[in-house]
Design a protein around this ligand. Structure first.
Ligand SMILES: [Zn+2]
Length: 611
């Protein structure tokens, strides 16, 4: 430890800069592994990995181990030196302006850097591999409440729900997953906190003000009334992250977990103050690294919070070791978008992972119109295409964020997938993402894929995921030549299996009778199967009977095919585009199924030359 301190004090500033240049190139060489975050620090072209990945890597069994255990002390030493150099880089970006006239501050900062380096050294040079504990496979504690992950309703598995905390309150809730001492002693530690501390008074002179909560120190040049409400949002988000992913590994020094955020309306004073690292590539919205994030201000209050939670979610997932190389970008960005999509109730309760209800409550979000435009323009992606999105796709188009969000939104809130999806979030750090995903989701993909396909096809504000849940029930055959099949279609649900098998080499006649109500205000809107022509959804009158054909899973791909919508009404003749089962619904807005009632009786028979 002393050696680093002595060395640091001996060098004059010009030499430090020269050493930094050489050492930093070493750091870059050490970290020549592309990181998957499009908005992570130093993504291509910088090609820079987050610091903690320098000393934690994976062995042949895909377990997280310190670099030293793979490559020996020289590699560990190189990693330590690299991190030391990075600390100097951060320091030197501060020195010329913030503390050029305060040598004592500089020396204190140098000492702090040296301490940080020595802390890193103690982590990176462990010779025994450290492994994270295997997370519980049984989701516990906080659950999604309905379709929202409500941070204010953290509760133990056996406890009744507690009244939620207001937005302005400090975060003092301990989750049921809080680690006990025995667990802590057996687990590894989270990456060290490498944040720099700043002189708030001096930043004040530049118009940059500090706002502090338990989980966030925010430096910003926006108005105090806009800024002061932001740190408590991250306190609530932290509770939601831990409730979802499980508790963070503890800090080696026992310190509390906290982020530093830089929210910039005007980047110039932040650059002057050295708060924007030199290696930080230009960004449109935000960047993150370790326990720090940088973001540009938004004109919209909702979207300012959204971007902040998005970047902070990345920080949390990085701190839990959850951003290793085999994690796909759709998951990293989709989960950041999932948590960022939030709602604040009148009593201050914040819900994360909500389905946006009204456009005016989510100004700046824009993901739903993006998907709607893509569908209308015929540019829809398949689930497989979303899974193959690359970082450059996110740099080039915000649509990639929207597609990734749809996958995580459906998987995290659909009653049949949400527990498994959360299990993925709790297990992939230990077991590797690809392995864990295949183990948990391969058996579900045949159903999830068509549900997601229809989810994005019908996506709208307030989409009712619970009522749109599909049950995949294979159809039965019509007894030839004169048989017919009957089914009942409820107006309160989305697509429902008719249990009628249909074949592409056969034409069918389908008829429907009955009465439904597809709205209650200002009076019940009653409809028969032909629909009510004064109000339309997706190009057909509400109340009208519609159909689609869904195939059984393909032997080769494992996926089902989904046909375009068949317009049925009271009576229709159709030839299916492929073999499958007929699914039916009573047309209505996907955010207005809750006030429907009634059903149609449907019968199907094969068309012959006589009829
Ligand atoms: Zn992101």
């Amino acid at each position: 430890m002393g050696q680093f301190v002595t060395k640091q004090r001996r060098v004059a500033r010009p030499d430090v800069r020269k050493g930094v240049a050489q050492g930093y190139s070493t750091l870059i060489r050490l970290s020549r592994v592309r990181h998957a975050h499009p908005d992570g620090l130093g993504v291509p072209p910088n090609d820079f990995r987050p610091p903690h990945d320098l000393w934690m890597t994976r062995d042949v069994n895909n377990r997280r181990v310190p670099v030293a255990s793979l490559s020996g002390k020289r590699t560990a030493l190189a990693a330590v030196v690299g991190c030391f150099v990075q600390s100097l880089v951060m320091l030197c970006t501060n020195c010329p302006t913030v503390c050029s006239h305060h040598d004592a501050d500089c020396i204190r900062s140098l000492l702090r850097s040296a301490i940080v380096v020595c802390t890193i050294a103690s982590v990176g040079c462990d010779t025994q591999p450290q492994t994270l504990p295997r997370p519980s496979s049984t989701p516990t504690a906080t659950r999604f409440e309905g379709e929202t992950l409500n941070a204010g309703k953290v509760k133990a598995p056996t406890e009744a729900s507690q009244p939620s905390s207001g937005i302005g309150e400090g975060a003092t809730i301990e989750t049921a997953d809080a680690p006990d001492s025995e667990t802590v002693s057996a687990r590894s530690y989270r990456p060290p906190d490498l944040r720099l501390r700043h002189d708030a008074e001096r930043l004040n002179e530049l118009g940059i003000h500090e706002y502090v909560s338990r989980r966030l120190i925010l430096y910003t040049d926006i108005e105090p009334d806009l800024a002061s409400i932001l740190p408590p949002v991250i306190d609530r988000a932290f509770e939601a992250w831990e409730a979802y992913f499980g508790p963070l590994p503890p800090a080696r020094d026992g310190s509390d977990y906290q982020l530093t955020g830089y929210l910039m309306r005007n980047q110039a004073p932040f650059r002057t103050a050295g708060l924007l690292p030199v290696q930080l590539a230009a960004f449109a919205h935000g960047k993150h690294d370790g326990q720090q994030f940088w973001m540009n201000d938004s004109d919209f209050d909702y979207y300012r919070r959204h971007l902040m939670i998005h970047e902070a979610t990345h920080c949390f997932m990085q701190s839990m070791g959850g951003t290793t190389r085999d994690v796909p970008v759709w998951y990293l960005e989709g989960m950041a978008e999932l948590f960022a999509t939030h709602a604040i109730a009148d009593d201050g309760t914040i819900s994360f992972g909500v389905m946006p209800d009204l456009k005016e409550n989510f100004i700046g979000f824009g993901r739903i119109p993006m998907i709607q435009r893509a569908i209308a323009d015929g540019h829809s992606l398949t689930l497989d295409q979303v899974s193959r999105l690359q970082p450059k796709d996110f740099v080039e188009s915000n649509e990639s964020y929207a597609w990734s969000w749809t996958v995580c939104q459906l998987a995290a809130t659909h009653p049949r997938y949400r527990d498994t999806f959360r299990q993925l979030g709790r297990e992939y750090v230990e077991d590797g993402f690809q392995h864990t995903f295949a183990h948990l989701f391969d058996p579900l993909l045949a159903d999830f894929d068509p549900e997601w396909t229809l989810f994005v096809r019908h996506l709208c504000y307030g989409y009712d995921i619970e009522r749109a849940v599909m049950l995949f029930q294979p159809g039965i055959e019509i007894e030839q030549p004169d048989g017919q099949l009957t089914a009942t279609v409820l107006a309160t649900r989305g697509w429902q299996s008719s249990a009628m098998a249909v074949h592409s080499d056969q034409s069918y006649v389908i008829t429907a009778t009955g009465r439904t109500a597809v709205a209650q205000s200002p009076r019940p809107w009653e409809s028969e199967p032909q629909g009510i022509s004064i109000r339309w959804n997706e190009g057909t009158p509400i109340g009208r009977l519609l159909g689609i054909v869904i195939s059984e899973p393909d032997q080769q791909t494992g996926y089902r095919r989904v046909s375009p919508v068949l317009d049925i009404g009271e009576k229709a003749e159709f030839t299916p585009p492929f073999n499958g089962t007929l699914y039916l619904r009573v047309n209505d807005f996907w955010n207005e199924l809750n006030d429907n009632s009634g059903e149609y009786a449907v019968s199907l028979h094969a068309k012959s030359d006589e009829n």
